[in-house]
Design a binder for this molecule. Structure first.
Ligand code: N2P
Length: 363
């Protein structure tokens, strides 16, 4: 065969390989989700049923996920950003692809009350499906707090934002989420300002409130508090509902941990399953999301991670300790005190980032 013919043959072979790969993706799905957010037996069962291997990687910060998504080429097929203020701008930036609803027949199980709240950030729910939702509140060690302050206002943000009160717990350890899009709204809400405020003066006030308690915070971290609370190593943490419940579940003998949605209110957030625009295996991503939409599968996940999900048919499969806990599935009167935040414009985002850096560094 002449050299020219050989190269035509090679070209044809490559072409047919290419089309084959398109028609049938390799049996892999690369999932990038929050840490401590799945019962891993779900992944094994998914693979056993579909033959698709799950490569699972974790993060504990929306900022980490966003930096990767916005630069592209992550290789991830399924990601789980919080709807706001993060996923909104990832959609705007073209970093996510529209879902193919024909490949998601289990969307019939979606709980409209949650989908409607998310529509504000993802019109028509075109890009995402709820994985879990929850609140940002306070986890605390009941006995260690009582020893230091018998009348501690444990149902109030005073525990964190009143310098005189939080200073009493410095010796036994106070952690705070490293999540400015949640700690700044919490401070604004505590100050009686709009938690969703974009006013630079308001954000500066929130920064001052956080700086006033900075000396008593041992660590800013968004996942280490689970073990620290469970082991009795710290007394207080600003944390996410299910994570604190996981600490309660795993608590060592004699360690008594509680989670509270403070009476002043707390942030409610939605973590959404979505597919990056350049996902290498979009077909498998849809298969994975559709699997997670099965009521018994997502209920199994909630039973393990102690977060509420957005699936109306999953409730019957939930453990009573999850379904009936008012801090996981809050009743109407608590729901009314929960606030959401929306997207920051780039200028406000820069102010928030700068404020948070100066809080953490104490400068
Ligand atoms: C899971 C934390 C997810 C809640 N560990 C943050 N959106």
């Amino acid at each position: 065969m002449s050299r020219a013919l050989l190269s035509v043959a090679a070209g044809l072979a490559a072409f047919s390989l290419g089309t084959a790969a398109f028609a049938q993706e390799e049996k892999v799905v690369n999932v990038y989700n929050w840490s401590d957010y799945i019962d891993e037996s779900i992944l094994e069962e998914f693979t056993a049923e579909t033959g698709i291997k799950v490569v699972y990687d974790v993060y504990d910060s929306n900022e980490i996920l966003e930096t990767k998504l916005l630069s592209g080429g992550t290789g991830y097929d399924v990601v789980v950003p919080s709807a706001a203020p993060f996923m909104v701008r990832q959609i705007e930036a073209g970093a996510l692809q529209k879902l193919d609803m024909s490949k998601l027949p289990n969307l019939t199980h979606v709980w409209e009350a949650i989908a409607e709240r998310v529509e504000k950030y993802d019109p028509d729910n075109a890009y995402s499906v709820n994985y879990m939702w929850g609140t940002t509140g306070i986890g605390f060690n009941v006995d260690k707090i009582a020893e230091r302050m018998p009348d501690a206002p444990t149902d109030s943000w005073d525990m964190i934002f009143d310098p005189e009160i939080v200073s009493k717990f410095e010796d036994c350890g106070v952690y705070m989420l490293d999540a400015p899009a949640e700690t700044i709204p919490a401070a604004l809400n505590y100050l009686g300002l709009d938690p969703n405020s974009k006013d630079p003066d308001d954000i500066a006030k929130a920064g001052e409130a956080l700086k006033a308690i900075r000396p008593y915070i041992q660590k800013f971290h968004s996942s280490a508090y689970i073990d620290a609370l469970a082991n009795g190593d710290i007394c207080l943490a600003v944390g996410w509902s299910g994570d604190v419940f996981q600490a309660i579940d795993a608590a060592a003998d004699g360690v008594n941990v509680e989670y509270v949605i403070p009476t002043e209110g707390a942030q409610m957030w939605f973590d959404q399953m979505a597919i990056p625009a350049d996902a290498p295996h979009p077909e498998n991503a849809h298969t994975f999301i559709n699997y997670m939409l099965r009521p018994e599968v997502i209920a199994k996940a909630s039973n393990y991670v102690f977060y509420a999900n957005g699936n109306k048919d999953a409730t019957q499969h939930l453990d009573a300790e999850v379904a009936e806990d008012p801090a996981i599935y809050p009743p109407e009167d608590v729901m009314e005190k929960l606030f959401t935040v929306d997207s920051y414009d780039p200028k406000t985002q820069r102010i928030v980032t700068r404020t948070w850096t100066s809080v953490k560094t104490g400068q």
